[in-house]
Ligand binder design. Structure first.
Ligand code: ZN
Length: 437
């Protein structure tokens, strides 16, 4: 890539293509896996330089994605991010410098890449993805996400699914989603309504299972169990009157020493101060190399799609659409097809069967929806075909339906009846067919 950076001429003029020598090896030749319709040569160069791509997120993944796309020949890139730069970002979000702290990520990232890769245009928007409407999203040929929020992913996914009109092929916007957590990551491609969507795959993001309290209290097996014991049990027993402040180093030191002592009793190695801090503050470290690998994979998919089939891409209907990576103790990747769910609340149309205890109150049932890996709803409203059971808003309707929260489910719905649940954070609705147990 060093060679690519030396020249400063735009990709458009054919006599200046020397700097794109390696790129052109792919764009002007066919290979054993090239699609039959691949517009080899000028056609491919043209379709790549005309592709308008939206990058969502200008953080750890976003910096990598913007740099990769610009160096892969994309020329018209837009980026959305609502965050400003924090000093703790600087170790991996390499488009930012100390002097940029406090400025908007999207702005700074766009300027940096534009300056470094001549001929590329990057249009930043500093704000939320929810500020923009369908008309805005309709202008792009594809969307690449480098987000850490599940809620934002669910929103853009549902928006792209609802935009698709089967009489207009331009309304199909491929969504390429990269995600990382510590040494783990994934890159996946979604063709809205055609292949499995983010909502179909939501259980892949199940919140990490909590360690049962009895394990903490009786037989810890891991250093983390000893830390949780100090955090939840020992602090409560010995320092009840002091409110734990996870930013106070004296408090963390106390927990660390307690945990260390307990670990020694059970012959468990590995408790450290920084692990104590991580467990107590629930921090998953951001790993620069994981971001680099996942962003590279995501941009590779974007390139294959935008060039019109220079190589088969993830998400081709009926083929693999999900690549997972883990670098925990070696390098491991696995690619598979995540199937579309016919009862997906966003891209499917069937009600999903749900077993519930009929003695639950409506409130207990709704609280449970927040925890279920496949729904994870925070502010659900619920109705049946005929009646409103509970609405979060407007206030008058909330008040009117509030008494239902304390009624048992079997007083409100029939066995096998369908309920429709909506949540302001997620466009669309969740349909469940309730089965009593
Ligand atoms: Zn779906």
């Amino acid at each position: 890539m060093a060679e690519v950076l030396e020249s400063s001429q735009p990709i458009g003029s054919m006599d200046s293509r020397a700097k794109w020598k390696y790129l052109d090896n792919i764009l002007t030749r066919t290979g054993p896996f090239t699609d039959e319709d691949f517009p080899c040569g000028e056609g491919a160069i043209e379709s790549l330089s005309r592709a308008k791509v939206l990058v969502i997120g200008a953080g750890g993944l976003g910096c990598e994605i913007l740099k990769n796309l610009a160096l892969s020949g994309f020329q018209d890139i837009h980026v959305i991010d609502m965050d400003t730069i924090d000093v703790s970002n600087l170790n991996r979000q390499f488009l930012f410098r100390h002097a940029d702290v406090g400025k908007y990520k999207a702005d700074v990232a766009a300027k940096f890449v534009e300056k470094r890769v001549k001929g590329v245009k990057i249009t930043p928007y500093c704000g939320k993805i929810q500020d923009k409407d369908e008309e805005y999203y309709m202008q792009f040929s594809l969307i690449v996400c480098g987000l850490d929020s599940i809620e934002a992913r669910r929103w853009i996914n549902a928006t792209l699914v609802s935009m698709f009109d089967d009489t207009d092929s331009d309304s199909l916007k491929p969504l390429i989603d990269g995600g990382t957590e510590g040494f783990k990551g994934q890159a996946r491609v979604i063709l809205p309504t055609i292949t499995s969507c983010i909502e179909c795959q939501l259980d892949m993001h199940a919140p990490r299972a909590a360690v049962p309290l009895c394990t903490l209290a009786t037989i810890p097996r891991q250093p983390q169990h000893c830390i949780e014991w100090a955090h939840i049990i020992a602090w409560e027993e010995e320092r009840k009157d002091i409110t734990l402040d996870t930013d106070d180093s004296e408090h963390i030191t106390w927990l660390f020493q307690k945990a260390l002592k307990r670990a020694q009793e059970f012959n468990i190695a590995g408790v450290t101060y920084s692990m104590t801090q991580g467990v107590v503050k629930n921090i998953i470290p951001a790993i620069a190399s994981t971001n680099a690998i996942i962003a590279a994979s995501s941009c590779n998919e974007a390139f294959k799609i935008a060039t019109g089939g220079s190589n088969p891409f993830l998400g081709t209907p009926g083929a693999d659409n999900y690549m997972m990576y883990t670098g925990d103790d070696s390098i491991y990747t696995y690619t598979f097809e995540h199937e579309k769910k016919p009862d997906c609340p966003v891209c499917g149309n069937l009600a999903r069967p749900l077993k519930v205890d009929q003695r639950f109150t409506l409130e207990e049932f709704l609280d449970g929806l927040a925890e279920r890996p496949e729904s994870q709803l925070k502010k659900p409203s619920i109705r049946t075909e005929g009646k409103s059971l509970y609405y979060q808003s407007p206030p008058s309707l909330e008040e009117q339906t509030r008494p239902n929260l304390f009624k048992k489910l079997n007083e409100l719905v029939e066995e096998g009846e369908e309920v429709v649940i909506t949540d302001p954070a997620i466009p669309g609705q969740f349909k469940y067919k309730l089965r009593f147990s």
